[in-house]
Each structure stands twice: as C-alpha cells, then as structure tokens.
Design a protein around this ligand. Structure first.
Ligand SMILES: C[S@@+](CC[C@H](N)C(=O)[O-])C[C@H]1O[C@@H](n2cnc3c(N)ncnc32)[C@H](O)[C@@H]1O
Length: 606
C-alpha cells in the first residue's frame, strides 16, 4: 500500500457513558490520508525549520492530511464553526480608493453558508471534533466557539469525545456591540466557548484582568503607581502597611530596595469565566471585513491561557485568520484551514501585514520579547483550483450543466431532463456521508406509495454530481435504497473527470509591461467582478480600484509561488502597480487578486 493510501483509525467511544443520538448518526472510526499541494510560500522557515501552514480545503480532509505529521502534536485548538444559525454569511464588496458613487459599485458576495438539514450539522461537527482530538497533544486543549443555537448539544458531543471529566469551562463572551434587541425574550447577548482538555494533565496559565484598579491597596497608593508598579525610588515608605512589601523584597533579594527595583507589581483580579469584550468595530484597523470576524482580544486570552510560546495553535474554521494573526503576535506556531478561498486570501493578506508589524518590532511585543514565527505556506488539499466557495459553486454547476435549479427543495438541488439532481461533495470527494442528507429527508410514506403503484420500476431517476467520488458510492446508495424498499435509477456525473467540457467562469485578463528594469501593470480586467459590478472593460477608469493585492515572485520555479513583493494596501489605499525588477530576476510570476478574492496569474521571462 502506498503512503498516500494510509488510513488512520480512531478509538471507539467508551461504552456506558451518556451519548447523544441524532438522525443519521454514524460512527466515525477512521479516515484516509489526503495529500496536499504546496501552492505559495511567504517568508522563510525559522531557525528550527518551522513554517506555519494554511490549507484551502474541507477541514475533514485537511485534518486527515495533518494526522500524518501532527497527530498528538497540536497544543491548542480554537474553532469558530458555523453555528447552525440558518443564515448565509455575506461580505460587502466595494471599490477601493474612492467612495461608492452608485449602488452598482457595492454588492454583497456570499462567503459561507450555515443552513443545514435536520441533524447533518451534528454529524459534521462530530466527525471534525474527533479529528481535533486526534491532533491534540496529551496536554492540549480545545475551545469550541458556539451560541444558543447548538451549545447544549455540542457540549454533549464534546463530553462523548473528550470525556465529561475533561470539561473545563463554559466561557461566556458578552459580545458587546453585536446585540439585537427583542421584545419577545431577553436579548441574546452572549456566545459560549466550550473549553475541554485532552486529559486531566493539561497546560493552563492563570490570567489576570487588565483592569488593576480593583487590586488591594491600589487606590491607597495610587499616587505612587507607575506602569502598574511601585518602584523603590518613589514609594509610600511612610505607610506601615507598605513595610510588609519592603520586608518581603529584602527577604527575596537579601538587600534593601533601591532605584528602579519593583516593590509592588499590581495585577488585576484573576480572570473568570465571563468575558466582556467588544466585537470588532467596523472602523477599527483590526476589521478585515470578513463576516463573523472575532476580536483579537478574545483570541489573546485563549492563546495566553492555554499555550506557551513556541506551541502549535490550530484553527480549522479560520475565516479571516484571527487565531493565526494573534498566534504570530504571541510567538506561537500555527496551522489553519478554511474551505472558502476568500478566507485564505483574507488571512494571507492579514498575515503579510502582521509579518511587517512583527518585523518592525523584531519581536512579538515590548513586554514579552519573544521571536515571532513569521514564515508561512499555503496548501491546497484535493483539487481546489475549481471553485472559490461552495455556495457559488452549486449555482455555477447548475448553470454550466444547463439544469433547472430547485431552491425550495430539501432533497434535490436541480432537475435535468426528468432526472433529479443532487450536487454532492463540492471541493471534496463524495462518500456515503454526502448522500445521507438525501436518505434522511426522503418522504418515506410518499415513496412507499409510489413504489407500490409500479413495483418493478425505478421510482426516481437520480443524478449525483460530484468532484471525485468513492468508487463504491453508487453501490452504497443503491443498497441503502434497497433496505428502504425502493428501486431507483442512479447515474454519477463526476465533474473533475468531465470538467474540460465545462466553462464555469470568464477568465480575467491583464496587460503587463516589462521595460527599463520596471514591471508595470497597465491594465487589469477581472471579468467576474466586472460582470457583478455591471461594468464593461472599456468603462474601467482605474483598474487599481478593483484590486486587493499584487504579489510578485522574481524567480518562480513553476510550482511554488514565493512572492518577494507583497503589495497589500491598507483598506482605502490602492496597489502601486509599478515595481523595480531586481538584479538576478529570472522567471517572473505575477498574481493579481481582485476584490472577490479571485486571482489572475501570469509568468514572464526577463
Ligand atoms: C464563523 S467563520 C470563522 C470566523 C473566524 N473566527 C474569524 O475571526 O474570522 C466560520 C468559517 O468556517 C469555514 N468553514 C465552514 N465549513 C468548513 C469546512 N468544512 N472546512 C473548512 N472551513 C469551513 C467558513 O468558510 C468560515 O470562514
């Protein structure tokens, strides 16, 4: 068996403990290995050879890939998955550099969906949490961010996987600023973070509140406090209560305090399980306009409490990369994944800027003076050059195959020539797990009646559309149908196999000039974006309004893009568009990413 076909097995749940049941619950006892392709590198490995890693892909496959190298190695996992909120999350796309002049220069683009049928969500979380457990080290911890929709059942699932004795906290985050008032119930003003450790022997650092004003003697000696401390050269020696501190200093140091010796170091009270932190202000520099972006202050607490510098932190629902950005700032190593290409692009841009901040400081921050792990790589798992996000993908497939969409139907996505079509496994290999939604949603009474009317004929003609599939997929589905007493006619259309015949999107175009040691982008036409903005190529006044970033690798090796130029302008600024070609440049690879996170790439020889 080749290494690529390796399979990882997990321990069965321990019998005799409470278990949650749901429709379509399936045991998850193993996963095959999935290979990943390195696509981009930013910066260099650190002294001990470490490179941070981001993966574009379904985190089930990403974690299956990671098991090979990181099983039992990850120190901290934070995840902020979809909450089963029955909503789609959108990002507002607006032209850069100038105020939107008309409605057409602003539009909303879906980033990820959170609409699930029946208990699909629970099976989705169950499988991913099992993989998280496998990746965690014995002293590691996991924080699962959720809200009232599913926190109660997620806690049950976590107890089943991690053991009830490994429950540590339910942290209440009062998400100030994100409140929706209600006159029918108390407004829901918090999210829950379920904190479990892998074993009773786990890392934990006590945190103190930033606010020290409630500390013992703080108000009494307020006039002497500098940087939350009282130094020997300005101390309330006249106060008899202070003598205790002076005596303690002498006992610890074997001498009298002098000059900038610290006699009292005030700390806020020990941080409890209710956290008051503001949501990201749309106007703050921290905001990267990703829907449901979480504040860095929240991640700082989690990472400081449950990891140490140099530890590996992982977030496989990373969105805008808040966890990764904070991990870098705090001198932790990190891994990350997201299924949405927009999330990968947003995180990459954010980290490129964070690297610059860390490089300026040379270290994490003045107080801690830790080295930052700044190099990172971007990988694809499975074939992800195809679609940027799942919601958009279904629409494009339906369009490209000329099918009739069935948006209200909870069983089928579309119809084509009398066949009912289910689009399975976008950006992932379709397995039996993918069709369980159909099996669970069948109207048994109706199908039984129809089958009785024509007992020898298939009652439904079905087409599964997928991107790669388990070779047993057809047999497994037919077997499932047979168990229920139904005959169906199933065909599988695998678009990875047939994709050459399909045109999904209009290509972008760019005009780039290389003269006198300069590379100049003259024009850029991102066709999908222009279409969404209802702009024709000839009406583009300044192509830079459409661009989020330009990256250039001066010596491209043909496979891995390692940009030396990372032109990622601040929110209301624009890319430069003109770059000095360095001595020694060979094969030049340019990547221009538009506001939709779609990229045009081209290679030139000097
Ligand atoms: C609530 S957002 C995370 C936001 C993030 N904490 C931040 O601060 O920006 C959830 C993310 O999970 C991603 N996601 C959903 N299903 C996924 C899957 N199967 N694999 C990987 N990522 C997934 C979505 O694309 C989305 O970016």
């Amino acid at each position: 068996m080749s290494k690529e076909q390796e399979t990882y097995k997990f321990a069965e749940p321990i019998k005799g403990y409470p278990e949650l049941r749901w429709r379509g619950k399936r045991p998850f006892t193993g996963t095959p290995y999935y290979p990943a392709q390195l696509k981009e590198t930013y910066g260099e490995p650190d002294e001990d050879g470490w490179m941070n890693k981001l993966y574009w892909g379904d985190n089930l496959q990403v974690m299956s890939h990671l098991l090979k190298e990181y099983r039992g190695q990850v120190n901290l996992i934070y995840i902020d998955p979809p909450f089963d909120s029955k909503a789609d999350y959108k990002k507002t796309i607006a032209l850069r550099g100038k105020k939107a002049e008309s409605d057409s220069s602003n539009f909303e683009e879906k980033q990820y969906g959170d609409i699930w049928t029946n208990d699909e969500y629970l099976q989705f979380m169950y499988e991913r949490l099992i993989l998280c457990r496998e990746l965690l080290s014995d002293t590691g911890s996991i924080y699962l961010h959720c809200d009232w929709h599913r926190s109660h059942v997620l806690r049950n699932i976590l107890e089943e996987i991690f053991g009830a004795n490994n429950f540590r906290n339910e942290i209440i985050w009062e998400n100030q600023g994100a409140w929706v008032n209600s006159d029918s119930w108390f407004p829901r003003r918090h999210n829950s973070l379920l904190f479990f450790s892998k074993s009773p022997n786990y890392k934990f650092n006590v945190l103190n509140d930033d606010d020290i004003s409630g500390g013992v003697n703080y108000n009494r000696w307020y006039d002497y406090v500098v940087n939350n401390r009282i130094y020997a050269d300005n101390a309330p020696y006249h106060d008899s209560r202070f003598t205790t501190y002076v005596n303690q200093f002498e006992k610890n140091n074997g001498r009298k305090p002098k000059g900038k010796d610290i006699i009292v170091d005030f700390k806020g009270s020990v941080l409890g399980s209710v956290w008051y932190i503001k949501v990201v202000d749309p106007k703050s520099p921290e905001n990267v306009s990703y829907p449901t972006q979480k504040p860095e202050a929240l991640l700082e607490r989690i990472i400081k409490a449950s990891s140490n510098p140099g530890d590996i932190v992982f977030d496989c629902f990373m969105g805008s990369g808040t966890t990764q950005a904070v991990a870098m700032k705090l001198g932790r190593k990190f891994l990350g994944a997201d299924i949405n290409l927009g999330a990968i692009q947003t995180t990459t841009k954010r980290l490129v800027n964070r690297v610059k901040e860390c490089a300026k400081a040379g270290m994490t921050d003045e107080k801690n003076q830790l080295p930052c792990y700044t190099g990172f790589e971007v990988y694809n798992v499975n074939d992800y050059d195809f679609f940027r996000n799942e919601l958009e993908a279904k629409r494009l497939i339906i369009e490209a195959l000329g099918m009739q969409a069935l948006p209200e139907n909870n069983l089928w996505d579309a119809e084509l020539d009398g066949r009912m079509v289910a689009i399975l496994g976008i950006n992932r290999i379709a397995t039996a797990a993918e069709f369980s939604k159909i099996v669970n949603n069948i109207d048994i009474a109706d199908w039984t009646r129809r089958q009785a009317e024509t007992p020898n004929k298939p009652i439904e003609q079905i087409t599964f559309v997928c991107m790669g599939h388990d070779p047993n997929l057809k047999a497994l589905f037919l077997e499932e149908m047979q168990k229920l007493g139904f005959k169906v006619d199933l065909e599988i259309v695998d678009i990875l196999r047939d994709k050459k015949d399909l045109t999904f999107k209009r290509d972008s175009d760019a005009y780039i000039k290389l003269t006198k040691g300069k590379l100049t982008v003259k024009e850029f036409y991102p066709m999908n974006l222009l279409q969404k903005l209802s702009i024709e190529c000839q009406d583009v006044e300044d192509w830079r309004e459409l661009v989020d970033s330009i990256m250039i690798d001066w010596n491209y090796d043909g496979t891995t893009f390692s940009p030396a130029i990372t032109d990622v302008p601040a929110k209301n600024e624009m890319v430069k568009g003109e770059y000095e070609i360095p001595q020694g440049a060979g094969s030049i690879h340019v990547k221009i990413t538009d506001l939709l996170s779609e990229s045009w790439e081209g290679t030139f020889e000097v």
